[in-house]
Design a protein around this ligand. Structure first.
Ligand SMILES: [Zn+2]
Ligand SMILES: [Zn+2]
Length: 92
């Protein structure tokens, strides 16, 4: 099936920011499908599960909560969660 990350386009555009330089976009092979544009259903499901842990509400209140190492069952590295939806905003 079509890769959910690159949506079958096989590559991703990654923004590279370097101090004192203009932002650059680099086209890289999609790591989820390894540049094939296709994944198995299992691979697509696990990608979707992982994405479901991340905040997609845009964090309207701009408030986040700090979760220390080894506290959460979702992510054992310290991270921040969105106060609005309770999902992960940033890890590490
Ligand atoms: Zn892909
Ligand atoms: Zn959120």
């Amino acid at each position: 099936m079509k890769c959910p990350q690159c949506k079958g386009s096989k590559t991703l555009n990654v923004a590279i920011s370097e101090k004192g330089k203009e932002d650059n976009t680099l086209e890289v092979p999609c790591p989820t499908c390894e540049g094939s544009g296709q994944v198995t259903k299992e691979e697509a499901d696990s990608w979707n599960d992982a994405m479901n842990l991340w905040c997609s509400c845009g964090n309207p209140s701009k408030n986040t909560q700090y979760i220390p190492d080894n506290v959460s069952s979702v992510c054992n590295k310290h991270h921040w969660v969105c106060d609005d939806c309770g999902k992960i905003v940033q890890v590490g």
